[in-house]
Design a protein around this ligand. Sequence first.
Ligand SMILES: NC(=O)c1ccc[n+]([C@@H]2O[C@H](COP(=O)([O-])OP(=O)(O)OC[C@H]3O[C@@H](n4cnc5c(N)ncnc54)[C@H](O)[C@@H]3O)[C@@H](O)[C@H]2O)c1
Length: 343
Amino acid sequence: MKLNLPEAFPTAVHILDHLEPELLPAGPWVLVGDATIRATWEAAAMPVPAGSCWVQVGEPTKRLETIIPWLETWAALPLSREARIVAVGGGVVTDMAGLAASLFLRGVPWQAWPTTLLSQVDAALGGKTAVNLTAGKNLAGAFHPPECMVICTAFLATLPLRQVNSGRWELIKMAFLEGDVTWAEHLLDTPTPAPRDLARALEIKAELVHRDLKEAGDRKLLNLGHTLGHALEAASEFRLSHGEAVGLGLFAACCLAEAQGLPPFPSALIHKLAAALRPLAAEVAPWEDCLPWLERDKKMGTDPKGLQAAVHCVLPQPGNRAELRFLPPAAWGDAHAKLTSLF
Ligand SMILES: NC(=O)c1ccc[n+]([C@@H]2O[C@H](COP(=O)([O-])OP(=O)(O)OC[C@H]3O[C@@H](n4cnc5c(N)ncnc54)[C@H](O)[C@@H]3O)[C@@H](O)[C@H]2O)c1
């Protein structure tokens, strides 16, 4: 499927329904693959060059220490600056292998072959690569866009339902970001998103990222649902998945947008959104537990006049793209109350 990407966008994006070796680099390359999908890769007779590694990684091992042996292996081969790194896995693997590619020989090109819905629709596109530090998630990283992103929907056949749903929330977020009521309803009704939905979400992300790689302005719109979402995720001690927390944060953002005077979404859509979120009720932490997380959020700063502490709030509205506003963290209190009144 051909995507409509901005001119000179650094990443070529392909969406396929089966694995194809033709899209792999023509010259030397090594693979960093998530051990979970090794069987799928090998069953399709996809190549695995010398120096490749299959890794078992997760948030606790998404750390600099994990990638140092990869760099040592590549240097010992040796891998030249013309070589490519091919990352095959979820967002943890694409974030880490992308960062390793940015460090090796001061930067070699890389390809992303994302294998979870969340990484296909979000993490692998846009050039953000990172590892975690003790002080927080994704605090050491680089902007290093992949030269090619290959989305193979066949990977999703083995993905657990909870993981699929986590990715779906990032996709649903995109429909609200665009203010597209029909698309949002369609996505809420569709358990497994179609390739055209992925393509549309990626086109929107590519447009925002291309204008603002380093998140100085419009790229912040992609944080819709994330401001309260991150606080809910952390306050639940990560029992909520990232996507689930974004879904809850999205509902709260709709409430805050209305309270801030933006036009409301149709009540039928809001009811559908609420119904999809209801199974998460038990994990929604009380407001007093969320506020401290909001106050220490990466998006925290002062408002543009420098008068008071503020967080970036992305406020969705029907029929138009969402708006970015800077509001005190306490502004989310009423939206949080509306969220809990759902359950
Ligand atoms: N760079 C960005 O812009 C960006 C954006 C969003 C999220 N992220 C990052 O992405 C990470 C989350 O990504 P994720 O949700 O893909 O998590 P993940 O990479 O941890 O994958 C989730 C689980 O699914 C398994 N898995 C992967 N592919 C599979 C498949 N096809 N079948 C069965 N199991 C499979 C993995 O082994 C893992 O256990 C976070 O670290 C987050 O910080 C980055």
